[in-house]
Design a protein around this ligand. Structure first.
Ligand code: SAM
Length: 207
């Protein structure tokens, strides 16, 4: 599929700002050599170590739900290839920053290289268990989780600003994409059924 076709297909369903941000990030730079020709198909693709880069429509939907704006501080869990982080970085620049946590060291190294090649400067790719969050940079305006948790990890709820939003797939047999808003309490909206790889860690699934 050609790049223009992918984004044309999103028009009317996805906010134009998000489509524009995605069009500015070359997805082919985040994909292994053998799949580069599939970069603009609306499908997840393998990135090694049993993991995948999410389908473009899923990145788009999660960005729309988070309503990303300039100067926001973002926490991403499940950095993978770095692509989703790069799209969010585009939406919060010039003053915002994305802290992205990935548990597989080889993917962290690859994602850092991908982000460098794409010229993205406002993403910090960090190795670790994202299910415990990133206390040293908390609280966050937005949290985006790209792996399915058995339930919303408590540390992530506590590291969200009042007025903040989190998107996270949750479930065991069936997975649901949840939008969680923090106001005077926590409010949950179930958005759609999804299929993500598991969040593995202290507040996720056990290895
Ligand atoms: N956002 C990524 C991208 O743009 O390529 C795709 C993410 S992939 C669907 C999910 C990622 O979550 C995998 O790379 C996996 O290793 C990672 N992951 C799973 N559990 C994690 C945890 N506890 N902390 C950080 N990363 C985790």
């Amino acid at each position: 599929m050609r790049k223009e076709h992918l984004f044309e297909g999103m028009r009317g369903r996805i906010d134009d700002r998000v489509i524009l941000a995605m069009a500015k990030v070359p997805r082919e730079l985040f994909i292994p050599e053998s799949y580069k020709s599939n970069a603009y198909e609306d499908t997840p693709l393998p990135i090694g170590y049993g993991q995948t880069i999410s389908a473009p429509h899923m990145v788009a939907i999660m960005c729309v739900l988070l309503d990303l704006q300039n100067a926001m501080q973002i926490l991403e869990i499940g950095g993978g290839s770095g692509y989703h982080a790069a799209v969010m970085a585009n939406l919060v620049k010039p003053d915002g920053h994305v802290f992205s946590i990935e548990r597989i060291p080889e993917l962290v190294a690859q994602a850092r290289e991908n982000l460098r090649n794409a010229g993205v400067v406002n993403v910090s790719m960090i190795e670790g268990d994202g299910s415990t969050g990133l206390l040293e940079h908390a609280p966050f305006d937005r949290i985006s989780v790209a792996a399915t948790a058995p339930r919303v990890p408590e540390p992530l709820k506590q590291q969200l600003k009042v007025g903040g939003k989190m998107v996270i797939p949750v479930g065991t047999t069936f997975q649901e994409l949840i939008l969680l808003k923090r106001k005077n309490g926590f409010y949950i909206e179930e958005k759609m059924g999804v299929a993500f790889v598991p969040l593995i860690g202290e507040h996720g699934f056990k290895e």
